[in-house]
Design a protein around this ligand. Structure first.
Ligand code: C2E
Ligand code: MG
Ligand code: MG
Ligand code: MG
Length: 270
């Protein structure tokens, strides 16, 4: 373990160089903003913006990641609180260490109450590979505790790790977040398309909502619409945004639109 690097990250959290960015998620059919994912960014003093791939894997080797994830969770609670009536549910990525954090759900529940956040506004993302690293009975207890406080669980990067049907069948999971690698080639060949169609068939059978991440093209969006995918997220719609920019989008989206009849009447336009 490189402890000086970890200390540097901890210092960056304290000095607020580490920030939560927000990537909007849209209803695949109506195009409405329905939720978002919080993604960490390190804004260095020299203006450089560092992506998580260059520090999360190192941090994840130790429990130091917990500090960062709880920091993100608190930032998200603040944002939801600030949005008030215009808030949408926001997902936070948690690493595998949290599955073994004995009081995870109690801690999350008390964080939510501190900010007066309804549990349905907060979503926990955990990757399939994180789950595969822990004994099933432990994951099960953890997941039921999370579900008990009313927070949703999404399996992130679904299909890319060690997909176990047991994760989906025997855990209180709400969302399958299909790994973006599947989208990259879905439109190109029959095997890719077939795999995706099977995942959606399976999700629908089990009443799970679906999220497609990494949607970059119109072709991929159309495919997701045909699959009845619930939410779409990707560069086609928006990159992860600074908090200020996300607040604007969330506040604007929850205003009535000009083509809304009632709105025009209320405005006395005719
Ligand atoms: P992830 O949770 O699977 O997040 C999705 C990644 O896809 C993000 O990368 C996002 O910026 C990127 N992405 C979004 N739209 C597109 C697109 O259209 N095309 C492509 N190619 N990529 C897209 P990012 O932000 O670099 O994060 C990488 C990973 O780092 C995340 O993958 C997640 O596993 C981890 N991570 C990010 N923030 C946190 C955090 O606060 N805590 C923990 N434990 N892990 C985090
Ligand atoms: Mg994620
Ligand atoms: Mg993912
Ligand atoms: Mg990933």
């Amino acid at each position: 373990m490189n402890s000086s690097f970890i200390n540097e990250v901890i210092a960056a959290i304290e000095s607020r160089e580490i920030k939560a960015y927000y990537q909007p998620q849209y209803d695949a059919n109506t195009g409405r903003l329905v939720s978002a994912e919080a993604l960490v960014r390190w804004e260095k003093a020299n203006g450089e913006i560092v992506s998580p791939d260059s520090f999360i894997p190192e941090l994840e080797k130790t429990e130091a990641i917990n500090l960062l994830d709880w920091f993100m969770a608190e930032e998200v609670c603040r944002t939801i609180h600030e949005l008030g009536e215009a808030a949408v549910p926001i997902a936070v990525n948690f690493s595998r260490w949290h599955i073994r954090e004995r009081d995870f759900s109690r801690k999350l529940n008390s964080l939510l109450s501190t900010y007066g956040i309804q549990p349905r506004m907060f979503e926990v993302e955990i990757t399939e590979s994180a789950m595969a690293a822990v004994e099933f009975s432990i994951i099960q207890e953890w997941a039921y505790n999370v579900a008990d406080i009313g927070v949703s669980i999404a399996i992130d990067d679904f299909g890319a790790g060690f997909t176990s049907l047991q994760f989906v069948k025997d855990l209180p999971v709400n969302f399958l977040k299909i790994d973006k690698a599947f989208l990259a080639d879905n439109c190109q060949d029959d095997r890719g398309r077939g795999t995706l169609e099977t995942v959606f068939f399976f999700a629908n059978k089990l009443n799970l909502s679906t999220i497609a991440e990494g949607v970059e093209t119109i072709e991929q969006l159309k495919f997701m619409q045909n699959m009845d995918c619930d939410r779409v997220q990707g560069y086609l719609f928006s990159k992860p945004l600074k908090k200020e920019d996300f607040l604007v989008i969330a506040l604007m989206d929850n205003q009535p639109t000009v083509d809304d009849d009632n709105f025009l009447k209320k405005q006395g336009t005719f």
